[in-house]
Design a protein around this ligand. Structure first.
Ligand code: IMP
Length: 430
């Protein structure tokens, strides 16, 4: 039985949640394998709108087991708030949610480190993180000495460990100008808070690696839900303007423990244009009326932070790179309706760097900053398409636009989305 992976091909916010929600019905298990509460997606179901950060959207279907795997970093307070908000609205959250005991835990010092170090990794430009402590928690995971995993919260030495780490963190933060009067690190208080969280989370905590390996070996249908996008991948994205996990499909194996060979289909999600939130180069950015138009029509504001997203034309160089990197089989093109009524559209088909035309995505952020996009201009379509349900009913210019994207990314477009509603989906592969 195949496992499927849904992964973003741009800088996040590709509307992956909608596709995951559609596919969930055909799966037994939905897995978040990386990232944390920096992600946010909106699910519209039964006429209700829900905002999720960490809990997979499979939570709305009782037969689906939701798994937050070991590659995720988890803030217990915000996770409990998410569970409480769902429960208050009548959504069952019980045995259908499983949290890996290997997941690393976010503490107050991580939030403070995020605040202090966000603008110190690149001259003149901040990463623009979501301030959820994601990077600092992953740093401690890799550094090991000051890390705490979910399973550690249930060990006898938990309190002494918190005291030891608090002491070290206090010294470190002071070195960065933090830990002032506005920020206190009280080991006893933190240990008491986290002991309370741990008690509440206890029913969900499990060895999810063993569970998932059993599941794939038993031919269960597993859906891996990527957070952020491939261009934010810590190893292969636009470093240092990235998140701190492997947000390409590469993260499935390390983050969940399930070997990549079980994943038989990778669906790459891309918007019909490009957005980015936070700092870092963005070759096709339109910091002008076109960008403002896309932002307004596409409601391009961050789900987690409400920051306005930077908007621009579709970048086929970036998407092709991301699709290759994540081993994408088919594409889902989202928010096509947002481009309706623009007289003409541009697609970036190559970059110019140092007077040379290239189609390879530069590995260094300074080069990406210096590229000039080479655009192909294509006609727009002057009608609304939100009601269209079949590819053949799309205006010819919209079909030509999709065909061009597919050709440039060297993958077929299987799904086209023309609105937020589940219904507003065109299955182009049929
Ligand atoms: P962090 O993940 O909070 O450390 O943020 C690092 C970079 O990734 C920043 O540019 C964020 O704006 C971006 N980022 C993190 N999560 C998301 C997401 O879910 N969507 C879009 N961008 C994100």
């Amino acid at each position: 039985m195949p496992a499927t992976c849904v992964v973003g091909l741009q800088w996040g916010d590709e509307a992956k949640g909608k596709i995951v929600d559609l596919l969930t019905e055909q799966h037994d298990i939905v897995v978040r394998y990386q990232g944390g509460a920096n992600a946010g997606h909106t699910v519209v179901t039964g006429g209700q709108t829900y905002k999720l950060s960490l809990i997979p959207s499979g939570i709305f279907r009782p037969h689906v087991q939701c798994v937050v795997a070991g590659g995720v970093v988890l803030n217990p307070a915000s996770l409990l708030a998410e569970i409480d908000a769902l429960s208050a609205r009548g959504v069952y959250v019980g045995k259908n949610l499983m949290l890996s005991d290997r997941a690393h835990v976010i503490f107050p010092w991580h939030l403070e480190e995020d605040r202090l170090l966000n603008d110190q990794c690149s001259e003149g430009e901040a990463i623009g993180t979501t301030m959820r402590g994601i990077g600092p928690c992953y740093r401690d995971k890799v550094g090991r000495s000051l890390a705490v995993r979910l399973g550690d919260l249930y060990r006898d030495n938990f309190r002494s460990r918190i005291e030891q780490i608090t002491e070290a963190k206090r010294r470190m933060l002071a070195g960065f100008g933090g830990d002032g009067p506005a920020f206190r690190l009280d080991a006893a208080e933190i240990a008491a808070d986290y002991a309370r969280y741990a008690e509440r989370l206890r029913p969900y905590v499990a060895d999810t690696t063993a569970y998932l390996l059993d599941a794939v070996e038993a031919q269960k249908r597993v859906l891996f839900e990527g957070a952020q996008g491939s261009l934010l991948d810590v190893d292969h994205g636009t470093f240092p303007f990235v998140t701190s996990s492997n947000s390409s499909a590469g993260g499935v194996w390390s983050g969940s423990g399930v070997p990549g060979r079980y994943v038989t289909k990778v669906i790459g999600i891309a918007k019909a244009y490009t957005t980015r939130v936070g700092g870092g180069p963005f070759p096709t950015e339109q910091d002008n009326e076109t960008g403002a138009h896309i932002r307004q029509r596409g409601n391009e504001y961050g789900t987690v932070t409400r920051r306005p997203r930077r908007c621009g034309w579709f970048d086929a160089v970036a998407v092709r790179y991301a699709a290759r990197l994540s081993g994408v089989d088919v594409l889902a093109v989202m928010l096509l309706d947002v481009l309706s009524r623009l007289p003409e559209l541009k697609i970036c088909v190559a970059y110019e760097l140092n007077g040379r035309r290239i189609t390879q995505f530069p590995s260094h952020v300074d080069d990406l900053r210096r590229v000039t996009p080479v655009y192909e201009t294509v006609p727009g379509w002057q009608t609304e398409i939100a009601h269209v349900r079949r590819v053949e009913d799309l205006p010819p210019a919209a079909r030509a636009y999709l065909d061009r994207i597919a050709a440039l990314a060297a993958r077929p477009v299987e799904i086209v989305s023309v609105g937020a509603d589940r219904e507003q989906t065109i299955l182009a592969g049929r």
